[in-house]
Design a protein around this ligand. Sequence first.
Ligand code: NDP
Length: 454
Amino acid sequence: MAVAPPTSTVKAHSSQADDATSPSTHAALNPPTRTREFLGAPGAAAVFVLCHLVLLSFYIACAPSTTCGQGEGVTWLLTTSVKLLAGTYTLYNPTSLTLYALWLLWLVALFHIVPGRWVNGTRLRNGTTLSYKINALPSLIITLATCVAVLATVGRAPFLYLHDHMLYLVAAAFLLSAIASAALYLASFRPGVLLALGGNTGNPVYDYFIGRELNPRVGQFDIKCFTELRPGLIGWLVVNFCSAVAQYDRTGGTITDSMVLVQLFQAWYVFDSLANEPAVLTTMDIVTDGLGWMLTFGNLVWVPFSFSLQARYLALHPLQLGVMRCLGILALQAIGYWIFRSANLEKDRFRKNPSDPAVQHLAYISTKTGSRLLVSGWWGRARHINYLGDWIMSVAWCLPCGFGSVIPYLYPIYFIVLLIHRERRDEHKCHLKYGADWRRYRRIVPWRIVPYIY
Ligand code: NDP
């Protein structure tokens, strides 16, 4: 049964929260941002253009009648990018824009209709705490059950249509994410809005890109939390489902062992993330970042369409691995998952209850903020050992595709860049937060991500 949504935001320090709309309080709460990431506005614009070129090029290369980059190196990436810049391709059409908009509406409807409990997020710097409805996992299950029901009743045609027109859906998602980000940017100038500390430079290009408003909401519907978990992760498995149907269709009724591995690994990752939905409320994306183009694009476009490229590649190039290779890849996945999950769980348990029998033996240092930092166990091996596990899993997802094309490897290549950049951002945040205590932690745990290497 659904727990009734809270009628208002929880106020921890009501005097501060009550006059949040007064200009002086607003200015004090939202100081101008002095530091810029991605080399500021020019870097942000470059990332914007580069992401478009890379992903669209990959989907042009992986159209149903093409090679998906097999045996072609990477020169095609350059030629396709030049053609894209020259406007050679017709990418936008009303059907795919409508389909993508309907997909988002479906997810919004599930958010509202499907029962869920309400959980409080972390306390904001204006003294308030927001509540979040937790129902992403049932939304995923309903969506996948609907796909199976459509397959059983209507047949393969709708999924083959989506598979064949994926390029246009990618383009539609690009356009809609750019429009949504513009709307979010403009709406962030409402009085009383709490801004992200990193998104208030005053430069429209940069603030649009990085995200200006911290928690845009329509009533109790939190747009950032919704965007973070649903269109990307649920969409990823729907795109994978289309690829499995396409492979079955092209091979005359076979699903290869490589496709089974990719589907299982990625479904596991998504189910695991959504089953732990409240954990997102303490991530950097929710706590620190504003909702701008970076997060909107990441979740509306990048996650569903780039993370699913392995399954798409296997739909176009079916590959049987045999038992030994499957076992080797399964072992790599298991190692990655073990590091990723146990490191994240260890910190989560320790932060919730340091006396928990599973973590009470771990060494830690106390900081002036009152928080404790683990210096043994996983967090004593490297300061972001959890990233290593995540990256190992990303490699295990690509190996089932063999080595015929670079396209399935986009994910671990991009992911290593993202994780290194993210680690540096987190390092900066923790240094500001903990000061000398963080420097002490760094002396005790010198490795960033990979013990004895990096
Ligand atoms: P992390 O789980 O790595 O947490 C970092 C925070 O943990 C720090 O800011 C600090 O916060 C706290 N902390 C740091 N060191 C310690 C310590 N020694 N003891 C206790 N607490 C500590 O945050 P992320 O959000 O970056 O990552 C979460 C997961 O999501 C990771 O597994 C990552 O791989 C994954 N991820 C996946 C992505 C994808 O695209 N697939 C993208 C990004 C992340 P505090 O202020 O509370 O002290």
